[in-house]
Design a protein around this ligand. Structure first.
Ligand code: PMP
Length: 361
């Protein structure tokens, strides 16, 4: 009814229509406050209720234990690459699993702050699978083991967490956050840029076990980049990203109302199967990732040639689908089908690809 397109962007990405409608209804006057949340003091009672409710809803969605802090930190995912290392890489070594573009960026950033060891990699096959992490060579002085749990560009996902051998596990969940149930106590720290599966860009949610908050950071550490700053002030040390927190809170509430993370997982499995089943049967398209490691969120696929890839992308655009061009490191196409992508969107895309295949093969 709004002329909206099926938007397959890797992020920023679709948000649930019902949530956007609620936000639109509140934009002129938030619940009698006489102003929008964009215009509201973050120190006001009405805003405090918004952030408290957002945190409470996220805690109940994910079952976050009491000894974990939930932080809303500005700056998006890239800031977390540095923050993780600045806060948690001490005199030991940080162990990274290299599975694609976003773990590579995390590795490069961490190297600025200390010793980094890549303990497993899927580089040998252009990051099209997740390496075996059941028996990693983790040194005794390891400060943490780091994974990118869903590689947005490469389209892989960890279906089994690494055996971190008792060391702290840290996960970048940006592109799979809230897409399936998560046992928070398996991790020391989870972080996620919110612009894929939750809300507007420019913020990350960080879930950190309290004992990992570090009192002994280098004195040159900027105050904003110390997790403790945020933990001690309820994410209100300075003006937070009020608008993003509000929108994320709406999505948390929406997810709770719609069956929580198990229901999301069920939906996401069904949605992804529609696309993968077609790709596996197709004579024109090939899904690039090994079956057991395929992401339910980001689905890269290719035709036999770059020219044909470009032609399909152009045709999808003409047909009213958006943002299907693959990242240049993988080529081809990529459909990002986060929580908010309706099943009808995936069905329509598959119907279109089928027709294209029939006409061109
Ligand atoms: N990690 C992952 C898995 C991502 O997909 C992205 C962004 N696409 C980032 C980190 C970086 O996030 P940002 O662009 O917010 O810095």
């Amino acid at each position: 009814k709004y002329g909206r397109t099926f938007n397959f962007s890797a992020g920023p990405a679709m948000m649930p229509e019902e949530v956007l409608e609620e936000i639109a209804a509140e934009v002129m006057n938030y619940r009698g406050s006489g102003m929008s949340v964009m215009e509201m003091s973050h120190r006001s009672k009405v805003y405090q209720e918004i952030i408290d409710q957002a945190e409470a809803d996220l805690r109940s969605l994910m079952g976050i234990p009491e000894n974990y802090k939930v932080l809303f930190i500005q700056g998006g995912g890239t800031v977390q690459f540095a923050m993780v290392a600045m806060n948690l890489l001490k005199d030991g070594v940080a162990c990274y699993v290299e599975t694609g573009a976003w773990s590579k960026k995390a590795i490069a950033e961490a190297k600025k702050f200390g010793d980094v060891k890549v303990v497993a990699s899927s580089k040998d096959e252009n990051f099209s699978y997740v390496p075996d992490c059941s028996d990693l060579d983790i040194p005794e002085n390891c400060d943490y083991v780091y994974i990118c749990e869903n590689e947005t560009i490469n389209g892989t996902t960890f279906n089994k967490l690494p055996n971190a051998k008792g060391k702290v596990l840290i996960s970048d969940q940006s592109s799979m956050f809230l897409s399936r149930p998560c046992n928070v106590s398996d991790y020391g720290l989870i972080w996620a840029g919110v612009q894929k599966n939750v809300g507007p860009a420019g913020m990350s949610v960080v879930i950190i076990r309290e004992d990992l908050l570090n009192d002994n950071l280098a004195p040159t550490t900027p105050v904003y980049l110390d997790y403790k700053t945020h933990a001690d002030s309820g994410s209100m040390y300075n003006t937070p990203n009020c608008w993003a927190i509000y929108c994320c809170g709406k999505v948390f509430a929406y997810l709770l109302k719609n069956g929580g993370l198990s229901a999301m997982e069920q939906r996401n499995i069904e949605k992804a199967a529609i696309l993968y089943d077609y790709l596996d049967a197709s004579k024109l398209f090939t899904a690039t990732v090994r079956k057991e490691d395929r992401s339910l969120m980001n689905v890269p696929f290719v035709t036999p040639s770059a020219e044909q890839d470009a032609d399909v992308v152009k045709a999808t655009k003409t047909a009213g689908f958006d943002n299907l061009k693959g990242h240049k490191s993988v080529g081809g196409l990529r459909a990002s089908i986060y929580n908010a992508m309706p099943k009808e969107g995936v069905e329509a895309l598959v119907a279109f690809l089928k027709q294209y295949e029939a006409e061109h093969c």
